[in-house]
Write a protein that binds this ligand. Structure first.
Ligand code: G6P
Ligand code: FE2
Length: 200
């Protein structure tokens, strides 16, 4: 007998098929909470520390939020969800995610852009850098070994849907201590990639 249809958004262990809704308008789920990252959590990551301190006076803007569903972290599972980077700048540098390598370095990730405009900034330990464009409908492939950071270069939320191997893990340490080799800023109304003056 066929199993009864259930739209239920429930995760069992071992996993049974399930469905999660993410809005095509704002990227958010109506059943799952999001994790939120505020500017205060990104101290030191933007080139202009003074601009950050000024923005932080009496406020702490939400820079991005994303859905992490708590899929068990095994190599056969896939972690997925949406990420929403809000429009804004610190000085002339666009709002972005922290960015990370995967702890299992050679695991890849796919991002599909649902809304907004932006860039995926990538670099590997060998110093190869790459940037791919996000506009609605574009799927960006982040190969293994590449650190990845989403950047909103537009004036609407940048919404992407992502999938990666569930045991990949997040390594933030390298980016927090070394920084990225490149930054993305606005200059004369153009989006430009510059060397990161803070890169070590
Ligand atoms: O982890 P961050 O660099 O802060 O980015 C936030 C999130 O962005 C994406 O949605 C990734 O797929 C998540 O794995 C990541 O945690
Ligand atoms: Fe990732």
């Amino acid at each position: 007998m066929a199993a009864a249809y259930s739209g239920a958004d429930i995760m069992t262990n071992p996993l049974s098929p399930f469905t999660v809704y993410f809005s095509l308008n704002n990227g958010l789920s109506n059943t799952r909470p999001s994790l939120k990252r505020y500017l205060s959590q990104m101290k030191g990551m933007y080139a202009d520390d003074e601009a950050l301190d000024q923005l932080m006076q009496g406020s702490d803007p939400l820079v991005y939020e994303f859905h992490e569903l708590g899929i068990p972290e095994s190599d056969g599972n896939l972690a997925f969800g949406t990420s929403i980077v809000y429009p804004g700048k610190v000085g002339n540098e666009f709002y972005m995610t922290k960015g990370h390598f995967h702890t299992i370095l050679d695991t890849a990730e796919v991002y599909y852009c649902i809304g907004g405009k932006g860039l995926m900034l990538m670099e590997n330990p060998e110093g190869q850098c790459d940037v791919q464009e996000f506009t609605p409908g574009k799927a960006v492939y982040v190969p293994g070994r590449y650190a990845h950071r989403s950047i909103n270069t537009g004036d609407e939320p940048l919404i992407t849907f992502y999938v990666f191997r569930a045991d990949a893990g997040h390594d933030y340490g390298t980016i927090e201590t070394k920084g990225y080799r490149n930054i993305v800023v606005e200059q004369n109304k153009e989006v430009v990639l510059l060397d990161n003056p803070k890169w070590k």
